[in-house]
Design a protein around this ligand. Structure first.
Ligand code: PLP
Length: 370
């Protein structure tokens, strides 16, 4: 028996993307130019109600430049989750500021509001919560704490294109928000990032830092980077933007089929959605017994041809790269999540048959351990 493998993620690139790339290549103008400018405008109108938006060469660059533009630097502390991709804490560390790792709550993997409150010091400059897996963080509570203490919010929206909280779009909440356009994210430009900015000053600063500190050529105002997006990448992103709503709806339908299928399967906790939240299912993440996870992953792959992923197995405060910011730290919900989460395929290319196979495989594999 050979079952076709169902991969955990699958970027969708079609003829329209290929034609867009070809159009830019034929124009002979391939570095940052009119395609990037159009992509910024279209992305802003699509996701963040026209907030000023700056395209960069990766989500990580966007996060780093956003923090620098917001004035974060040595001596500052920024509160971040430890249960996230390392780029979140890295971008803070790269500014010279200190990432302060705080625990999550177990239902939505959001920064835990109580833990945020407890981590605030006179040096705290801002909070960088993550809309993990495509579910918004606990916006009302985190925002209330930020207001009370005069702190900025910097959103890590890398995984959350189109998500919302109480009708407010992700990317319109913080001083800035970073979206990633890496191939496995909900839409892609090949590599790339978008920074949605709350005001024109911040956007101008990000633009300067993106381009060697220049607004006018060769009149460098500040020390900056080359973090520009190319027109080739922007052309791909513009096509993806016309397709992403349909993909998101497909992800949501896939998630609801899997959730219905796994209802009542013991040993499996399906993802929750907070009241008023729109989840865009970058990942569909279940929880299983920590001692069972590796066996289940292997059985899903070897016996049923179902790929899965663990995002993320090592909390950031335990990574060799970042652990020195957090010696002695114990974050129980973070560590429990890192040992229990298991992400199943939810991407828009799944067929009804694939969804059935995923549900049947997880049901069988969970039952086999009981
Ligand atoms: C992907 C990702 C990033 C970084 O984005 P890149 O485009 O890969 O640089 C940052 N934070 C989170 C949570 C991500 O998933």
């Amino acid at each position: 028996m050979s079952l076709e493998f169902i991969p955990p993620a699958k970027p969708i690139i079609g003829d329209a993307e290929r034609e867009a790339v070809d159009r830019v290549l034929r124009s002979g103008m391939i570095a940052q130019g009119p395609e990037v400018a159009e992509f910024e405008r279209e992305f802003a109108a699509h996701f963040v109600q026209g907030r000023e938006t700056v395209a960069v060469n990766s989500g990580t660059s966007g996060q780093h430049l956003g923090l620098l533009a917001a004035g974060v630097g040595p001596g500052d502390e920024v509160i971040v989750p430890s249960f996230t991709f390392a780029a979140t804490g890295n971008s803070v560390a790269l500014t010279g500021a200190t990432p302060v790792f705080v625990d999550i709550e177990p239902d939505y993997y959001s920064l835990d509001p109580q833990a945020v409150r407890a981590a605030i010091t006179p040096n705290t400059k801002g909070i960088m919560p993550v809309h993990l897996y495509g579910h918004p963080f606990l916006v009302d509570q985190i925002e209330a704490i930020a207001h009370e203490h005069g702190l900025a919010i910097y959103e890590d929206a890398a995984q959350a294109h189109g998500a919302s909280w109480g009708g407010r779009s992700v990317g319109t909440i913080g001083d800035f928000a970073m979206f990633s356009l890496y191939p496995t994210k909900n839409m892609t430009s090949g590599e790339g990032g978008m920074v949605s900015c709350a005001n024109g000053d911040l956007a101008r600063n990000v633009r300067l830092l993106r381009n060697q500190g220049m607004e006018t050529q060769y009149e460098n105002e500040v020390v900056g980077f080359n973090a520009r997006m190319t027109d080739v990448h922007a052309a791909i992103g513009r096509v993806q933007l016309t397709r992403v709503n349909g993909w998101t709806e497909q992800r949501q339908r896939n998630a609801s089929v899997i959730t219905d299928g796994l209802a009542g399967v013991s040993g499996v906790t399906v993802p929750r959605v907070a009241d008023g939240a729109v989840h865009v299912y970058h990942q569909y993440t279940i929880r299983v017994d920590a001692d069972e996870r590796e066996r289940m992953r292997n059985a899903l792959k070897d016996e049923y041809g179902v790929g899965s992923g663990v995002y993320y197995p090592i909390p950031n405060h335990r990574l060799p790269s970042l652990a020195h910011y957090a010696s002695e730290l114990h974050l129980p919900e973070t560590e429990r999540a890192a040992s229990e989460v298991l992400s199943l395929p939810v991407h828009p290319s799944l067929t009804e048959k694939d969804l059935g196979r995923i549900v049947d495989a997880v049901t069988a594999v969970a039952g086999a351990g009981a």
